[in-house]
Design a protein around this ligand. Sequence first.
Ligand SMILES: Cc1cc2nc3c(=O)[nH]c(=O)nc-3n(C[C@H](O)[C@H](O)[C@H](O)COP(=O)(O)OP(=O)(O)OC[C@H]3O[C@@H](n4cnc5c(N)ncnc54)[C@H](O)[C@@H]3O)c2cc1C
Length: 436
Amino acid sequence: MKKAIIVGGNQGGLNMARCLAEAGFSVEVFEKKERGDVAYDWTDEMDPKIFEELGLPLPDESGWFHKKDWTFVNPNESIKLFVKGGAQAGDLSMYRRPLNEYFYNLIKDKENVTVHYGKKVERLVLADDKVVGVTVDGVRIPSDLVVDCGGAHSEIRESLPESFGIPTRPNPGETFVAYRGFFKPKEGVEEPKYTNKAYLQHIGEKGISWCIYGEGMVDILIGRIDKLTKEDIDRGLAALKKDNPILSDELIKCGFCSIIPVRYPISKMVADGYVLCGDSAYMTIPLMGSGMFCSLLCGKMLAEVLQKDDDCGEKNLWNYQLKFYDRFGAYCGVDVLKRWLLSAEAKDIDFLFEKGIFDEKIMGNGVGGDPIKLSFGEILKKAWQGKSRIGLLLKIVGMLGDSDKVNAIAKKIPQEYDREKIAAWQKELDGFFNND
Ligand SMILES: Cc1cc2nc3c(=O)[nH]c(=O)nc-3n(C[C@H](O)[C@H](O)[C@H](O)COP(=O)(O)OP(=O)(O)OC[C@H]3O[C@@H](n4cnc5c(N)ncnc54)[C@H](O)[C@@H]3O)c2cc1C
């Protein structure tokens, strides 16, 4: 029986363990935190179709509630753009810790799976440029495959040798530092009309904030590109309070910062004996940083590849990256929209919202990670709406064209394993983003 070691035991790592065990591997999961502390003590939004795709029952109703639709707010807060989509499609707000327990319960009695909590994987063991195991507590543990589910800032990915051709760190502008806190609703204040507000370039700063009212709490996120200081959080909170009278000063829980990747999926996810999954491979939707769906689905994708052929060499593992890019390559195009929104001047975004040029369709596709497609008729209509700012409009048309262009590059991913062709494709994809 081949042996897989999984770095990280949040939902992505635990589901990976289940999938690989079912594919016939003996699996050991190492999670550096203690069991009750692993996942966040809050809810996050997720498309429940993932359970169907994984062939699993929906978790118990106590573990989730129905999500409400997003309303986007432009920087000067003149427009509230209600985007129907997620809620109608049945998206759920999932309690993260019970979700983690759900996946733990699916593997805890499996003979070929062991989960170690409070155990950090210190480093990879390499032989001839191949990953052959890890060290934990200074002890070498050999394996055929190491699956890195260690999250956005996986230290294991960051320690990879250059020869693997895997970019080890995100570039500036590719992660959000997000403060999340849950506050008591202010007493005597009317319930808000828009319950799930997402603020783009909130108060003119590079990032987003959100204010979600529900379950007797006000859920606040303040996310800024690359770094977030205490002053940034205080400024964001003060502005959110102004627009959301329901938000009080009383923090009920959380109130700390964490990292979210907001970029296109990593351009190389595999090496001999090693594979990246979930946030460690930046599988999040770049606009909002939603990554739970992909962190789970990639377990199924990898297991399908290994079930067919359990060879853990880079050549066979390349089929896993192909599966991911074939299905989610359009996240590259969404990254173009995200970069544009962050680099644009706040007054330009205000204009686009006020004129209805950024509408429900564009924002809805961005949130869902879908390609941003406009017909010729729609472009003409937008040109008419924005005729007083032709320069800006041309920039939007250029941005939409770039989004198509990078999606076309993503689609050109080499279908057969060939190191040289893969390196050339990576260069083109990474170059597209890093040269702009
Ligand atoms: C504020 C916030 C809001 C979010 N909202 C949403 C949302 O609404 N919808 C959505 O889909 N997603 C959301 N996300 C993103 C989502 O949390 C991630 O995409 C998802 O958790 C990724 O899962 P993962 O298993 O790949 O990685 P992670 O959840 O990051 O888990 C990595 C695990 O690896 C462990 N680990 C790391 N290194 C080691 C090591 N060396 N040894 C042992 N263990 C290690 C860590 O302790 C951690 O438990 C949000 C994230 C944040 C921070």
